[in-house]
Design a protein around this ligand. Structure first.
Ligand SMILES: Nc1nc2c(c(=O)[nH]1)N[C@H]1C(S)=C(S)[C@@H](COP(=O)(O)O)O[C@H]1N2
Ligand SMILES: [Mo]
Length: 539
């Protein structure tokens, strides 16, 4: 039998693509609205994004951090939206001929989003599937209706029979063979409804964080029972271009896997301490912590993903509860005194797990559950209401933000998040130094200038910094006064710059006498090593 269908002409295919895009937009808008009303983390874009962060090989993630820095998450979300747009356009074109198939395609992606949301580590159950499901149903219906307008013949004589048919009838003329008015009305109303769903979702989302913001504003940090040793006046050099000794909160690097920054209401927060060898498991509330004698310390944090010369290190004044005291109260003993657990696993509200040696947090160093940073409650980005900070260890093995649970266990029996992805179980911070000024490829004029930067070897302390110009001898730099061995030290070296290209290289020696190695290693598995060099062209 001869096929009586009219092949859809390209303008209709284009309108099909438009329908697909509108349906995809509607699906996402409805999903965002439902997610905003329920839980922002259950939005399909966030869930799929989170799942892709967790399954990205360490090398790719490292590459993304290197190229996009802290914008990596934005790039990921834009990438997901780009992929969804292409899929939606394709489904729209498909729907011009097979509208059930097009609609089913949207439902299929809804199922993918729902599965991702339900299987996230911080999922609160099957209800996390709802945003994807409702979004997909809305998108599928819309595509079905729009594609219907594109394939329906409107019979002028009987307007009542505005009944959809699956393209089975021959149409008099391809250009007149579809319901223009119906399409325009449906498309315009869909766009309007989606836009308002998006707007309502936004404002819902904004108001959701209000309890958390209000609880943060109400926090009054007590003055510490044990204040930070007074910072030597000469800890901060006044050299243009050098990293300030204290990193302001707004400039402090942020590294985490959270696509939506958790906004935790401090009044509803609690921390559980339990596990192997915990004789008195405990639950602590935020106010409990504030009522204890707090310690205040300057501590330099460093990310293991920091490349040689990279920006992921910052120094802040933290205030919080000494972790060893809490653990002792719960009856925990370190392994060296016969304790059963050698690994402390901290869990965050967003499902992160971080493993820290129990011995390290109980060896007398200022490991703490921090509640404040540089004189204010922790910023949301940096873990409000409570995070862990352990001097001397990279953040991925110590600095759990938005912490809610501490479990004592063993390294043999449990691998936390990063270890499962190929990073080291234990990772003390490597002795490092960085040239802050001059910047790479700077073009200073010949004459006197300052070479300056920072060096860190947390919990060992920096003893010496040396700078080499081209292949010259190592020259000892001037060190700013040491605040504590848990903080970085600024250094500087005056230089008579001569015309031409020069390579400046820096290396540090820590207080154990170990000289920073020139052996270059990658950041994976336990941190980059090697000397930082800067090439300049002096005019
Ligand atoms: N909940 C949670 N805590 C986390 C992380 C994370 O991804 N999620 N990243 C860790 C890493 S790798 C580092 S380097 C520090 C960074 O802390 P900052 O963002 O406050 O600088 O947080 C640590 N704590
Ligand atoms: Mo990190």
């Amino acid at each position: 039998m001869k096929d009586q269908r009219v092949r859809p002409a390209w303008p209709r295919l284009a309108l099909g693509a438009l329908s697909g895009a509108l349906a995809g937009f509607a699906a996402l808008a409805v999903a965002e609205l439902v997610a905003a009303a329920a839980r922002p983390q259950s939005s399909p874009v966030i869930a799929v994004g989170g799942a892709s962060i967790d399954t990205t090989p360490a090398a790719v993630k490292d590459w993304a951090i290197r190229h996009f820095g802290t914008n990596d998450k934005l790039v990921l979300q834009l990438g997901i939206l780009a992929v969804l747009t292409v899929l939606a356009l394709a489904l729209g074109v498909l729907a011009v001929r097979f509208r059930r198939v097009g609609a089913a395609g949207i439902l299929f992606f809804g199922i993918v989003g729902a599965a991702a949301a339900v299987s996230r580590p911080d999922s609160t159950g099957l209800t996390d599937a709802l945003p994807s499901v409702w979004g997909a149903v809305a998108g599928a219906l819309l595509l079905y209706v729009l594609a219907g307008r594109l394939t329906t013949v409107r019979r002028p004589a009987t307007p009542a029979s505005d009944q959809e048919t699956e393209e089975t009838e021959a149409v008099p003329s391809a250009s007149r063979g579809w319901d223009r008015r119906g399409f325009v009305v449906a498309a315009a109303s869909a766009a309007a409804v989606s836009a308002s769903a998006g707007t309502v979702g936004r404002s819902l989302n904004a108001s959701r964080g209000q309890d958390a913001s209000a609880s943060r504003k109400r926090v009054l940090l007590p003055s510490p029972a044990s204040p930070a040793p007074s910072m030597p006046r000469r800890a901060g050099l006044r050299i243009p271009g050098i990293s300030p000794f204290v990193t302001p909160n707004n400039d402090f690097y942020r590294i985490d896997t959270a696509l939506v920054v958790p906004r935790v209401d401090a009044t509803a927060w609690q921390l559980r301490i339990h596990g192997k060898g915990v004789r008195h498991p405990g639950v602590y509330y935020f106010d409990d912590l504030l009522r204890r004698g707090l310690i205040e310390r300057d501590i330099t944090l460093t990310c293991v993903s920091n490349e040689v010369g990279g920006p992921y290190a910052g120094n802040a004044r933290f205030i919080g509860v000494r972790l060893a005291d809490l653990l002792a109260e719960c009856g925990v003993e370190p392994p060296s005194r016969g304790g059963a657990a050698d690994q402390l696993v901290s869990r965050s509200v967003d499902g992160m797990t971080i493993g820290t040696p129990v011995e390290d947090v109980m060896d007398g160093r200022d490991a703490m559950l921090a509640v404040g940073m540089n004189g204010e409650p922790l910023p949301f980005d940096h873990g409000f209401p409570v995070r862990m900070v352990v001097p001397g260890l990279y953040g991925f093995v110590s600095a759990c933000k938005w912490i809610k649970d501490i479990e004592l266990t063993t390294f043999d029996s449990y691998d936390p998040y990063w270890v499962k992805r190929g990073w080291a179980r234990k990772a003390p911070i490597k002795t490092s130094s960085r040239i802050d000024t001059p910047k790479p490829f700077a073009r200073p004029t010949a004459g006197p200038m300052m070479i300056a930067g920072v060096a860190w070897a947390q919990h060992r302390g920096i003893d010496k910094v040396e700078v080499r110009i081209d292949d010259g001898p190592w020259q000892e730099a001037d060190l700013a006064a040491e605040d504590t061995r848990d903080t970085w030290r600024q250094w500087s070296l005056p230089w008579q710059a001569t015309k031409g290209g020069h390579t400046l290289t820096v290396r540090a020696t820590d207080r154990t006498g170990a000289v920073q190695t020139d052996q270059r290693t990658r950041t994976i598995p336990d941190g980059a090593s090697g000397w930082h060099s800067v090439v300049v062209a002096v005019d």
